[in-house]
Ligand binder design. Structure first.
Ligand code: FAD
Length: 335
């Protein structure tokens, strides 16, 4: 299904979207593409996303990922002294941002869709909305535990693992909806991406187990994998080799994030369960301020990107996290 969106003058020629992410890889014929991930802003301002992407569009990313954030619980103290549990969505708007990105820039958008907080019916409805909007790409994820919860819990009648979500999307691609009475429903054409972990997902007992379930996601219909960030390319190369040995043949896109602040030396491993190479750690420790850290982070990410590109990865996928100037310096040096 192809939709033509009007483009702002700035981008000149018209662009037909949507194309499947894997089609972009095929059309690139071995050339390494550049793509970006953005995070919905805290409620109120879409401008932050546009500022980030306006600065990065010169690199002609064929697609932009937009993350999804589950609701969180807050405990508010009432005048009586008791605490009230309130559920809030701090960063809503993933689908709206995807539509806005496609409309403004004429590039494909990849909404992240998570299991957490969704029943199967709600997932189906979200997918129907995406299909109606002409969004044919989705990154299917489980999501993490809510803040203050020690493990992930699925919604009642929701999915426990990304694998089940992939199966639901693949079913819709085959015209199968939850209500078995619906026959002849629209067949969707979602290109399905899933997450992969070069340093293993933190809950997996070992890499082999994690790879087993990643392979199940691919068997169920996942078309490509995007990795968790890593700072040691060797981990990525070994992961790709392990995937291939396990029979996982789909494209594996490396996810990259530059270090920009000293505190990330501890916060990133704590949050993403990854290791940092000793050379990088000692350079950051010696850096006199965050400006120096930023420079080291840029140089490290450039070196990583150049090596990955030289090894022919399908795409370099940057987690922008509002750091558009930093990302711009990196990509400029890599292209
Ligand atoms: P799964 O594939 O379901 O795996 C979770 C764990 O369960 C793994 O240890 C796996 O080995 C194991 N497992 C899988 N299937 C089974 C099974 N059938 N039986 C037993 N064990 C199983 N989170 C968000 O909330 N929003 C986002 O936008 C977001 N974007 C991300 C983008 C990328 C590229 C990556 C790498 C992660 C992203 N995350 C996001 C984080 C992700 O939701 C977490 O890492 C989460 O803990 C796992 O998600 P998953 O899809 O890999 O889960």
């Amino acid at each position: 299904m192809l939709f033509s969106f009007p483009l702002p003058e700035f981008f000149g020629s018209s662009y037909l979207c949507t194309m499947r992410v894997t089609e972009h890889f095929q059309r690139a014929e071995g050339k390494t593409l550049i793509s970006f991930e953005v995070i919905p802003p805290l409620k109120g301002s879409m401008q932050a996303i546009f500022n980030t992407l306006d600065a990065l569009m010169e690199f002609k990313p064929p697609f932009i990922d937009v993350t999804y954030h589950r609701e969180e619980y807050l405990y508010k103290k009432r005048p009586s002294g008791y605490y009230e549990k309130a559920s809030i969505r701090k960063r809503p708007g993933t689908v709206g941002i995807c539509a806005a990105v496609m409309h403004r820039y004429g590039v494909d958008a990849v909404p992240h869709l998570i299991c957490g907080g969704f029943s199967r019916e709600e997932t189906e409805n979200a997918l129907i909305d995406l299909n109606f909007l002409g969004i044919n790409n989705v990154l299917a994820l489980r999501g993490d535990a809510r803040q203050f919860e020690d493990k992930f819990t699925a919604e009642e009648n929701g999915h426990k693992y990304a694998l089940e979500l992939v199966k639901q999307i693949a079913d819709m691609n085959a015209g199968k909806y939850l209500d078995a009475n619906i026959t002849g429903g629209d067949t969707t054409d979602f290109c399905i991406g899933v997450a992969g972990y070069p340093e293993k997902h933190f809950e997996a007992p070992n890499l082999a187990s994690d790879l087993h379930f990643t392979k199940e996601k691919v068997k169920a219909g996942a078309d490509y994998i995007v990795t968790q960030m890593f700072f040691d390319n060797q981990k990525y190369f070994e992961y790709v080799d392990a995937c291939r040995a396990a029979g996982i043949k789909v494209p594996i896109v490396p996810g990259l994030k530059p270090l920009t602040k000293k505190y990330q030396l501890n916060s990133i491993p704590r949050k993403f369960f990854i290791n940092m190479p000793e050379d990088l750690v000692s350079a950051i420790v010696k850096a006199k301020d965050d400006e120096a850290v930023n420079q080291i982070g840029i140089e490290w990410a450039i070196a990583q990107s150049k090596e990955l590109k030289a090894r022919g990865v399908p795409c370099l996928h940057y987690y922008t996290m509002g750091e558009n100037e930093t990302i711009k310096k990196i990509v400029s040096a890599v292209l």
